[in-house]
Design a protein. Structure first.
Length: 168
């Protein structure tokens, strides 16, 4: 009987020690059906250790740990989405409807290309967690088009500026 009681006490003590050392994990889930009001605000780097997993920085791939994103109401159902990556020299503003599908978790916006050979776009997944925080994970892109001798258009260069930010 003594051995059983001692084992139970040791197990209980071990369980207490293991559970006391854990920090609460923040789970991020796609935020389906977000509204413009939900995403309006300023955002800064998330500082999450896996923010840029599977990405390798290079000439065409920039990891923007200094990304500053500001989203504000523009007019009607439109927003103004400003992306600034100071260390990479990327600064672009997008206006329009952030989502093309109801009950979506994505933001997709584009500027340019109709009158120039350069197009700017932004694509981000919207996440939330149990604390009510909003997170954006995605990239802004600068695409430069060329025209070949047969007057066919092609992508000459494309630069991606990745961000992972949380609303302040």
């Amino acid at each position: 009987m003594k051995n059983k009681t001692l084992k139970l006490m040791l197990m209980a003590l071990g369980l207490m020690l293991v559970s006391c050392g854990k920090t609460q994990k923040t789970e991020w889930n796609h935020y389906y059906g977000y509204t413009n009001t939900d995403i309006v605000g300023t955002y800064r780097f998330s500082n999450l250790p896996d923010a840029f997993d599977a990405l390798t920085e290079g000439e065409y791939c920039h990891l923007c740990k200094d990304a500053e994103i500001t989203i504000s109401h523009y007019s009607g159902s439109s927003i103004e989405f400003k992306v600034n990556c100071p260390n990479e020299g990327y600064n672009q503003t997008f206006t329009g409807d952030p989502s093309h599908n109801e009950d979506d978790f994505l933001i997709n916006m584009t500027n340019g290309h109709s009158t120039s050979n350069t197009e700017y776009s932004v694509s981000a997944s919207v996440y939330d967690n149990s604390k009510g925080e909003i997170r954006l994970h995605g990239y802004a892109r600068k695409t430069i088009y060329g025209v070949d001798s047969n007057q066919h258009q092609y992508v000459r260069e494309s630069y991606n500026y990745y961000f992972d930010v949380i609303k302040n």
